[in-house]
Structures are given as structure tokens and as C-alpha cells.
Design a protein around this ligand. Structure first.
Ligand code: IDP
Ligand code: MG
Length: 160
């Protein structure tokens, strides 16, 4: 039990990740989920959903005014995406590393974008860029009641 509590206290950080409509169309949902599962992170919430442009304008509020903003919002609203919350030690930063760079051409092989994408506007996935934006994004995308608070039996094998 002591080992369990130790594992829990280390691993409480959460991030918001999404498989964008291009990732859904290209059949990459399972692979992306699998990478986070295999790494040892815990899935806390998950939904397939087509969302409004209005919702996406809120999600991407920081990018308002960028030349690609309208196209990005329209693309993200064009089909279903998979919205998720993942939990674990350093998951915000590690999640970004697993995604790769914003520009797929600058993304290393082995990262999701580096393995599966080429163009900036079709880079497959989203991940929160800081603990603070993760908190905002999780609140925007999910009701508190939809975040599952549970223990994973294998946490003692993932965390020392
Ligand atoms: P991020 O997704 O890596 O956090 P952001 O700068 O937050 O990158 O931009 C959000 C999304 O907008 C990117 O994932 C990408 O799809 C798109 N985007 C960013 N910069 C450009 C650009 O210069 N041209 C086209 N699309 C862009
Ligand atoms: Mg971003």
C-alpha cells in the first residue's frame, strides 16, 4: 500500500490530448492511444465528438489573428475528433515530446507527427503546451464528472 500511495502522489499531472479529424480519418486513433498506454500513462477521459467552430475558437483563442487561424478552426470542426485526458508523471511535457514538433518536417521519427505526417495543417494530434493550458483545456472539453478518478493496478510496476 505504501508503494501504491507513492506511485499516486508522483503521477497526478494531467494533460489534454486530441486526435484531430485527419488522425481519425487516417485510422490512427488506436495507435496514438496505444503509445500513451504503453508508456504507462493513465487514460482519464475519452470521447469521439464533432465540435462547433465556436468551441474551437475558444480552444485556440491564443492563436486568434494568425493567418492560419480560420482555416485551422474550420478544419478542426470538419469531422469528428477524439478528445482525451491523460494522467501521469510529467505528462504535459512528455506528451508534447511524444507528439513531436508543430511542424511535422521538424519532428523526429519515433514521434507521432514525425512518423505519420508531413504538413503543418494536417499534423494529426493536439497536446496541451503547459500545465496551465492543460487545466484550461480540460475544463473547456470535459465536465468534471466525466474525468474518471481510479487506480491502475500496474502503477506499482510503472512508478518506483
Ligand atoms: P501545436 O499544435 O504544436 O501546439 P500551435 O502553435 O498551438 O501548435 O498551433 C496549433 C495548430 O495550428 C498546429 O498544430 C497546426 O496544425 C496549426 N498551425 C500552426 N502554425 C501553423 C502554420 O504556420 N501554418 C499552418 N498551420 C499552422
Ligand atoms: Mg498549441
Amino acid at each position: 500500500f505504501a508503494a501504491f500511495s507513492r506511485a499516486m502522489s508522483k503521477s497526478g499531472e494531467r494533460t489534454f490530448l486530441a486526435v484531430k479529424p485527419d488522425g481519425v480519418q487516417r485510422g490512427l486513433v488506436g495507435d496514438i492511444i496505444s503509445r500513451f498506454e504503453k508508456r504507462g500513462y493513465k487514460l482519464v477521459a475519452l470521447k469521439l465528438q464533432q465540435v462547433s467552430e465556436d468551441h474551437l475558437r475558444k480552444h485556440y483563442a491564443d492563436l486568434k489573428g494568425k493567418p492560419f487561424f480560420e482555416g485551422l478552426v474550420k478544419f478542426m470542426a470538419s469531422g469528428p475528433l477524439v478528445a482525451m485526458v491523460w494522467e501521469g508523471l510529467d505528462v504535459v511535457k512528455q506528451g508534447r515530446a511524444m507528439l513531436g514538433e508543430t511542424n511535422p518536417l521538424a519532428s523526429k521519427p519515433g514521434s507521432i507527427r514525425g512518423d505519420y505526417s508531413i504538413d503543418m495543417g494536417r499534423n494529426i494530434c493536439h497536446g496541451s503546451d503547459s500545465v496551465e493550458s492543460a487545466k484550461k483545456e480540460i475544463e473547456l472539453w470535459f465536465d468534471a464528472k466525466d474525468l474518471c478518478d481510479y487506480k491502475k493496478a500496474n502503477d506499482v510496476w510503472v512508478y518506483e
